[in-house]
Design a protein around this ligand. Structure first.
Ligand code: GTP
Ligand code: SPV
Ligand code: MN
Length: 625
């Protein structure tokens, strides 16, 4: 009968600890480490402290090995090309493991394949994890990364510890989360979210390593164990698959914690808009599916005077009502992992200015002068400069195919954004006045509408759809349901999640108004009807005037309140086809509502909160239109 401590030491075996002091770690962390060292069998253990020296050391190693190329044109910026088989999140290999299936996924209609999360029995997932991870770090170093989602020690923040055999992942985690040795003290004996990541490429390697990017694409597995707050990711080194603080922790696991603790973890940007006349500032959160414009909206450069815009977060919001009934939001992240194609000094100067220093560019093209290039930057580089595409081949503007991968991304510290909000790290969060849903809807859906009530807003959110994008493995352009922009990120039964949203509404709470926007409606030639980007501030201006109680600018429609004609400031925009932008084709909406209803009945079944349908006879309103 051994003491826990002895078991821990025994399991660690003779793995050398090349940095850090194992014995100074909290006991729970020691046990966690011992278990995974025993399973993964790394060559060495490296306990990270988040220091500057650590970044230098790791960066140097990555350059030496050819994973990173220093970009001469910038300070501390690096290019990384992945194995072309590892370029996006892999939803088909992402699972939530619980004992009870219906804790994770809704009761779908018989014969229907559920798309709101993938469930595996805890036992089965464990077996897969044990077999895949057995010896998976052989010949490699296991990095131990203590990190905080949200300001360290903040009342809304949560702590995680990630183990990984990828120093690229370590470097990105240092930007995207708060990595610090202080975490150990703040953590003490408390629990933490357990994150385990491996590229799945032990030495000697079985599979040819491409671009110095070890991975195991055929065996990718991203498993979540919400009951014990654990994430195990295998086989991929890219984005949301491997930076476990992001989608895995801050959305999937956090949504379960949020369910248990009475708050919300959402795929939302957070931004502040200050009215320059009154000095009053309002904050809004917006949920759009992946690659549908969150980062762009959060960093918007307004094209009309009157507002000062500042960003709090561009991807994830943790939302909680305070004791005064005010909804408060924090951005749990520390950096931005943004889409590059389409980003330039015209569309998003604030993003461009955020990544001039300490940044990593993954899967973009390189220019001969040590700069970067992607689709959308044609007017911002020297026309005669030689370009190498993301696959390492010579490239010229106008050639078929892409210079950069459509899901190529920058990773940079949020603090580098010129319009970062001074309160972006306020541990209490910022007060939220409006929630906005949206997606890529080429037809039928107006630029903006406001829901009738909180409950109606939940329905509008549940009906979010969008044209598929490159952020995940889906191919071809089709309109997919992405309820609450959370389809790939749900941590538990979507029906229960909707009920949790409904339960947020209480008499003593100041419920934010909710809206739906669509920047992507096109005319009969396929041209965008709305200029988008900086001009989206005109829509936010209308939203904020509605929040301030202006009754004169809205008209009731079957789907919600629409802007009264002329109530959106279009000064200087030239020809905007208002009627086309706001029309509600009756046949379209009837089809759309029936389709959405069928989708929710198929996919959420008896778990769907019926009250949403009962109170909002939307179809009837459309029929009677
Ligand atoms: P994730 O990081 O995947 O969650 O994406 P996101 O929601 O932050 O999307 P992002 O802001 O990175 O935009 C994705 C793509 O949409 C980019 O190619 C943008 O150029 C494009 N985009 C963003 N806003 C607009 C807009 O208002 N109009 C149009 N037409 N395109 C936009
Ligand atoms: C998204 O797909 O919504 C992202 C990128 O923000 S990733 O971190 O890869 O999920
Ligand atoms: Mn995102």
């Amino acid at each position: 009968f051994m003491e826990i401590h002895e078991i821990v030491i025994q399991k660690l075996g003779h793995v050398p600890i090349v940095k850090g002091d194992f014995h100074m770690l909290p006991k729970k962390v020691q046990k966690f480490l011992a278990k995974w060292v025993y399973t993964c069998k790394p060559r060495a253990l490296y306990i990270c402290d988040g220091s500057h020296a650590e970044a230098e050391e790791v960066t140097h190693k990555l350059i030496e090995r050819g994973v990173l190329t220093k970009l001469k044109k910038y300070e501390n910026c690096y290019l990384c090309r992945t194995d072309p088989a590892d370029v996006a999140r892999v939803e088909s290999k992402t699972w939530i493991a619980t004992d009870d299936k219906y804790e994770t996924v809704p009761h779908v209609r018989q014969g229907v394949r559920g798309i709101l999360g993938q469930w595996k029995h805890t036992k089965e997932m464990e077996e897969e994890v044990n077999s895949d991870l057995d010896g998976c770090m052989a010949g490699r170093t296991m990095y131990v990364i203590p990190f905080s989602m949200g300001p360290i020690g903040g009342p809304l923040s949560k702590i995680g510890v990630q183990l990984t055999d990828s120093n690229y992942v370590l470097l990105c985690m240092r930007i995207m989360t708060r990595v610090s040795a202080d975490i150990w003290e703040v953590l003490g004996d408390n629990d933490f979210v357990r994150c385990v990541h491996s590229m799945g490429c032990p030495r000697p390697v079985q599979r040819k390593v491409v671009n110095h990017w070890p991975c195991n694409p055929d065996k990718i597995m991203i498993g979540h164990f919400p009951a014990r707050r654990e994430i195990v990711s295998f086989g991929s080194g890219y984005g949301g698959n491997s930076l476990l603080g992001k989608k895995c922790f801050a959305l999937r696991i956090a949504s379960v914690i949020a369910r248990d603790e009475g708050w919300l973890a959402e795929h939302m940007l957070i931004m502040g808009l200050t009215n320059e006349k009154t000095g009053e500032e309002k904050f809004v959160c917006a949920a759009f599916p992946s690659a549908c414009g969150k980062t762009n909206l959060a960093m918007i450069q307004p094209t009309i005077p009157g507002y000062k815009v500042r960003v709090v977060g561009d991807d994830i919001a943790w939302l909680r009502f305070d004791d005064k009934g005010v909804l408060r939001a924090i951005n749990p992240e520390n950096g931005f992992l943004g889409v590059l194609p389409g980003t330039n000094m015209k569309t998003n100067p604030n993003a461009m200015l955020s990544f001039q220093n300490i940044s990593i560019f993954t899967n973009v093209a390189e220019t001969a002068d040590g700069g970067v290039f992607w689709e959308g930057m044609e007017d911002e580089i020297d026309k005669n400069i030689a370009i190498t595409n993301w696959l390492g081949q010579p490239w010229k503007i106008g050639m078929p195919g892409n210079a950069a991968h459509p899901n190529s991304r920058f990773t940079c510290p949020a603090s580098q954004c010129p319009i970062i909000h001074p309160k972006w790290e306020d541990p209490k969060g910022v007060p939220v006045s409006a929630l906005i849903f949206g997606g890529r809807r080429p037809t039928g859906v107006p630029l903006v509408f406001e829901s009738y009530s909180w409950q109606h807003g939940v329905m509008v959110g549940a009906c979010v759809k969008s044209e598929s994008t490159a952020a995940a493995e889906h191919t071809g352009k089709k309109i997919m349901h992405d309820p609450m922009a959370m389809r790939p990120f749900m941590g538990y039964n979507f029906g229960k999640y909707l009920q949790h949203w409904l339960d947020m509404e209480k008499p003593d709470r100041n419920m934010p108004k909710s809206f739906h926007v669509n920047w992507f409606r096109v005319d009969e030639h396929g041209k965008f009807l709305w200029p988008g980007f900086g001009d989206n501030v005109r829509v936010l201006d209308w939203v904020l005037r509605r929040c301030a109680g202006d009754e004169s600018i809205a008209v009731k429609s079957p789907i919600g309140y629409l802007p009264k004609k002329g109530s959106i400031d279009l000064t200087g925009l030239g020809d905007i086809k208002w009627d086309e932008l706001f029309s509600l084709p009756k046949h379209y909406w009837l089809d759309d509502m029936r389709e959405s209803k069928l989708f929710l009945e198929d996919q959420v079944g008896t778990d769907f909160p019926q009250v949403i349908w009962e109170t909002h006879a939307q179809e009837k309103r459309i029929e009677e239109q």
